[in-house]
Design a protein around this ligand. Structure first.
Ligand SMILES: [Cu+2]
Length: 117
């Protein structure tokens, strides 16, 4: 339930969550982002990840290469799975990335990327 469950987007390297994560990129960068849907969650479920303002290619799921490459701005991250995406940063600004389930988005499964021109 909302009152006893908190959904978070956490940077594994720093331990920071939500808007405390300091994601930055420059226009022209191409960066790989690894999305890990923790199998240790108390309520494992899939999460539709959405990134505003940029486009990306899903390159692998659980280290298995994706053979059907296409530009997209969302990807479903199944429970316990790891998805690697390759993001092309082409739009400067502050852009949200979040789970597209509103309840999770409103919790802390949200962050932003600052893209500098
Ligand atoms: Cu979610």
């Amino acid at each position: 339930m909302k009152k006893n469950t908190k959904w978070v987007l956490r940077d594994k390297n720093t331990g920071k969550q939500g808007f405390d994560i300091d994601f930055t990129a420059n226009v022209g960068d191409v960066k790989k982002i690894r999305l890990i849907n923790s199998p240790d969650s108390i309520h494992p479920m899939q999460h539709p990840f959405h990134l505003h303002g940029q486009r990306f290619i899903v390159i692998s799921e659980n280290a298995e290469m994706n053979s059907n490459l296409s530009w997209q701005d969302s990807v479903l991250v199944p429970e316990g799975k790891t998805i690697d995406i390759l993001v092309e940063f082409s739009n400067p600004g502050e852009w949200l990335m979040h789970c597209h389930i509103l309840e999770h988005h409103e919790s802390e499964m949200t962050s932003k990327i600052s893209v500098k021109s």
